[in-house]
Design a protein around this ligand. Sequence first.
Ligand code: IPD
Ligand code: CA
Length: 288
Amino acid sequence: MKYPRDRAQDNGWSSAGRPVVSPEGLLEFSVDLVRSAADLARRMREDGVSDVSTKSTETDVVTAADRAVERFVVEAIRAARPQDAVLGEEFGRANPVAPAPGGVQWILDPIDGTVNYLYDLPVSAVSLAARIDDRIVTGVVRNITTGAEWVASLGRGAFADGRRLCGSKQTVLSQALVATGFGYDARVRAAQARVVAGLLPQVRDIRRWGAASIDLCLAAEGKVDAYFERGLNLWDHAAGGLIAAEAGLIVSGLRGANSGSGLVLAAPPVLHGLLHDQLVRFDADGAI
Ligand code: IPD
Ligand code: CA
């Protein structure tokens, strides 16, 4: 494991036999779990995608692997940390287990970038965050195909392969490479297209990778200068949002709002201000 730790060994259990809530312990536990989960997803992809069905719209797909990975992670958490709550994309939405005050809630996207996964494009990830009360305290995102891995814990920085992440140095909007994404609802997409049409002439270019968690990690690495998207669910941005924030980016909504389903905007401070104003101008979180 190539990221800083305060303890020599912390496998998620205290010496008193109770699961720990230290950031190191939670991060250690979640990195190991996400690695196994991503490996399961990768092996299932090699065997071919099966049981493809749709969810919110006919373009919003779910596969046997999305369900299998979520089941695997939930079972591993229940076995190792039975008092923790889990909110997962595939099974957790209808019946999210409420976390106890001060307890840990895991927020899981078993496969972020399912359309890429379906088409065998190398941009999908397992994304797992730990939340205590209203704060995301750890985040791990792992690319299922390439094994690229990004981690962060609150107040302790963000890392990829042992490198501390610090985002882009870009401060000029016209030179900025900006990642974004689109929802599955046609009306939402029409509104998102209008925002992109307004923004595209003002920036270097736009990228649409197809996995919000990876977009946020690429912004944390400075491989894109900024990222924004409306309509995300918590499992899409919980882990990646912490990784971007710990890399020094401002992660927010518009007009003082927190990041959330309205909008997630992640950018280094100067660029954040410039992009923010353009996104307000194009009403990027406006009513549809
Ligand atoms: C989607 C991806 C995509 C983003 C969508 C998300 P999913 O998640 O993150 O990049 O544009 O808004 O719903 O469906 O692949 O888990
Ligand atoms: Ca997903």
